[in-house]
Design a protein around this ligand. Sequence first.
Ligand code: PLP
Length: 364
Amino acid sequence: MTTMSRSVHNFCAGPCVLPDEVLAELADELPNFDATGMSLIEMSHRSGDYDKVHHETLDLLRQLTSAPDDFSIMFIQGGASLQFAMLPMNVLPADRTAGYVVSGTWGKKALADAEKLGSAYSAWDGADGGYARMPTVDELDIKPGTSFLHVTSNETIGGIRMAEFADPGIPMLADMSSDYLSRPIPWDRFAVVYGGVQKNLGPAGMAVVFARTELLDSIPSGVPAYLSYNTHHKGDSLANTPPMFTIWATNKMLKWIKANGGLEAMDARSERRSGVIYDAIDSSNGFYRSPVDAASRSRMNIVFRLADEDLEAAFLTEADANGMKNLKGHRSVGGIRASVYNALPDASVDALAQFMSDFAASHG
Ligand SMILES: Cc1ncc(COP(=O)(O)O)c(C=O)c1O
């Protein structure tokens, strides 16, 4: 039995840390899957052994998220970035328009692709405020006749999240990449929910897309086969060779989420754990500061600055020497970013909070 003993705390924004148990199981089972004499990743994706893992993973996703039966669940390669293009191709035929909430880098990218592929416009843009908060429903400029509102539930780079999914009056399309399965999903608000799996759910290699099946009837016939949700829906995400390793690892991660209490528990846990780091910021007498509005603070990606920004390099070097890895903010914004995804151990959160306090005491 593989045992894991880690000497580092991994705050990477994605791909993310995975639980020791999940990695150990993968290591043990990788060479010889279920006494078949073969690795799962060497098998045909049409084999019974793989099929079981594949369908169990789809079932686990439905169970954990409580997605209603009228949502199709699809594994699609190409990550969330491909969904920025696939989504408008599939759900915005000529008679439909979508408003987009531009809450940061990811919302902006999603809108840029949608504008190329269908009728889409910005219903709110947080650029003037430095993308430091999410809008309220009252601030949205939704034009008459708009079919959908696209939102990014958590902006990974700016470190803001939609604290609640208030009803904008039309169904939402949501990129949930960086808080996927870390909180319950109120399905009645959504027409499509998508996200890459490489943050809260597994290794990189695919997006999981939930789409209302009624939308699949109006996909324009000109959409190329692989880019049509119908191909993946009708083919049970087995229309072509799926990313088998990613699906297998995601299967184990979903079981881990289930064993640890499901989405309600992940939600409570993320509130508590992000709170430990926000407390370290707020109680530092201004040594650290959060650049985002308190009501929009992300529970997944905690972004902060040092009052003396010249000290940030030393902070990162000393953190690294103390085993705290991948704390550098995104290259487009700088500063510090601690990503606290589902699988990050509590010990990592506590270690960072302690380090922040020690660093402030020695450099303050
Ligand atoms: C919110 C959000 N959307 C989309 C993406 C793009 O995801 P992918 O790398 O899976 O294409 C990312 C990646 O970090 C993200 O954080």
